[in-house]
Write a protein that binds this ligand. Structure first.
Ligand code: COA
Length: 181
């Protein structure tokens, strides 16, 4: 069934959503990150999730941290996407943005990030880490005023797979108080 844009609602996530968020996380990783050119295999990603047995419990906790904000997109009473932001001391960060394929391109991502941007406020810039081959996501962030921010801010671990392979990353930043805002 096709769902129109205004039938998709965005709300704050609650701990009871953790199981469904974890399900979407795995599903979207398997869709988004396998890449032949960079040697990122589906099996490696499967095994990352097989090892993360306590993922739901971790999410249930993280969802309640005051400096984290999780939003979910809901269509026909089912969660079809989620978004995660962290309010940082020096900079804010958009950590995860995932919308199931059949609900993409309906402005859900844009509406959810607008809510995160309001929560972040206008004082600090906003950072995002993106797989270097995820041009679709880069275009999405560009459309929201992010620009390339070359150079790693810190060594990350989320992109290291059980085999030791690393998903290559690129970095983007939205500078507040500029024309890009
Ligand atoms: C990236 C993602 C979160 C965007 O959410 P979405 O709901 O599909 O995006 P929206 O419909 O809100 O699009 C907002 C804007 O982004 C841009 N955009 C979205 N998808 C795009 C695409 N495939 N190519 C180019 N630009 C795109 C458009 O400019 C759009 O603005 P418009 O409405 O004026 O055309 C979603 O497509 C997704 O989950 N992708 C797969 C997983 C992923 O890569 N996540 C990001 C990990 S960092």
């Amino acid at each position: 069934m096709l769902t129109s844009e205004d039938e998709i609602q965005i709300r704050n996530a609650v701990p009871e959503d953790a199981e469904r968020i974890a399900e979407i996380e795995k599903q979207m990783w398997l869709i988004t990150y396998p890449n032949e050119e960079f040697g990122i295999s589906k099996e490696d990603i499967e095994s990352k999730f097989d090892r993360a047995l306590d993922r739901v419990e971790v999410l249930q906790d993280t969802l309640t941290y005051p400096d984290h904000r999780y939003l979910v997109a809901v269509a026909n009473n089912k969660i079809v996407g989620y978004f995660h932001g962290i309010s940082g001391l020096n900079e804010n960060q958009v950590v995860e943005t995932y919308v199931l394929p059949e609900f993409q391109g309906k402005n859900v991502g844009k509406k959810a990030l607008d809510i995160l941007f309001q929560w972040f406020g206008k004082e600090k810039s906003i950072f995002a880490e993106i797989a270097a081959y995820n041009t679709r996501s880069m275009n999405f962030f560009k459309s929201l005023g992010f620009v390339d921010a070359p150079g790693a801010r810190r060594k990350e671990t989320w992109n290291i797979l059980p085999s030791g392979k690393e998903i290559p990353l690129m970095f983007m930043r939205k500078v507040m108080g500029s024309v890009q805002e």
